[in-house]
Design a protein around this ligand. Sequence first.
Ligand SMILES: *Cc1c(COP(=O)(O)O)cnc(C)c1O
Length: 374
Amino acid sequence: MNERAYNFSAGPAAIPLEVLQQAAAEMTNWQGSGMGVMEMSHRGKEFTAIHTQAQADARALLGVPENFHILFMQGGGIGENAIVPMNLSRGESADFVVTGAWSEKSVKEAAKYCSPNTAASSENSGFTTLPEPSSWRLSAGARYVHVCTNETIHGVEFHSLPDLKALGCDTPLVIDFSSHVFSRSVDWHKVGLAFGGAQKNIGPAGLTLVVVRDDLLGHALKICPSAFDYTVVAKHGSMYNTPPTYGIYMAGLTFQWLKRQGGVAALEQRNIAKAQLLYSFLDSSALYTNPVAHDCRSRMNVPFFLRGDDGQALIDAEQPRNAAFLAGAKAAGLLQLKGHKSVGGMRASIYNAMPIEGVQALIDYMRDFEKTKA
Ligand SMILES: *Cc1c(COP(=O)(O)O)cnc(C)c1O
């Protein structure tokens, strides 16, 4: 393949070409410093400038209020499943809303550090719906309420954040926004803490973004490693230990790219248009189907199935029609469309770096495949 393909990977995912090209141009000599970013001291003036700018750009792009800290950590979303309860639970209880594979993992991990309570679950619908916040069984003593606001595997997204205060609940809301961060605006007045791995919509894997409200610091369990204690990390400006310097640099390039695109509001409009295009094609087709309820379909991760001749969704990726679809897609320059193994079928992840032309190319391919299908 001589040209870059359209890459629908759920993560690690496509990075804007301009970002990769700038990183390539600066790989061996960053802005006349005589060294590459990977080779710099994290405390030197060059990297300090990169770090400070990236943090300021993240704050401006996401509209993060001054009473929140922005932390650049390591450990990913799965690491945060332990780090959050170690910092916020005080070994007591926390509420979880289970809406798919990721929140399921979060509640299991939290049980090592606190007493998790499942306040609501959409498991009965096969994680194709979201439970109404008014039906959540929130508990009085919970130290936080955990919600995964975009379930990357099941393709379900909260299109507005739950307003716990309006439900008469003062508990801080923790959101896992790994797979839709920077794709839409965030109502910070509803949030206590947000975390996300970088590899979906920010840059390479290895960096974790944490945004935490000031008043939630200071309660880490004794067993919490210092490098994962938000209070320690915040006090040291994310420099308590060596941060993932290259990941922060790449995130910073993505933030500059986002600003050139018109910021998160402009990207949100594009993401709405991309998702509408793809879902309306799926809904109008006899061959393809998406199982998620219309009001909570993810703008970022679009799982879909091909049907067999009997009309049933084809789950197994090795099934001949699925295998032919994937092979043809690859030949057409449409990569990594295979669904997650736990759900099967296909999944198109259409993060910020996916242009609408890529979505259109996928639809054109899918329409052709439907005409000539094996
Ligand atoms: C990818 C993902 C994670 C896990 O991230 P790791 O970097 O593998 O730890 C957690 N939550 C969500 C919603 C994700 O999409």
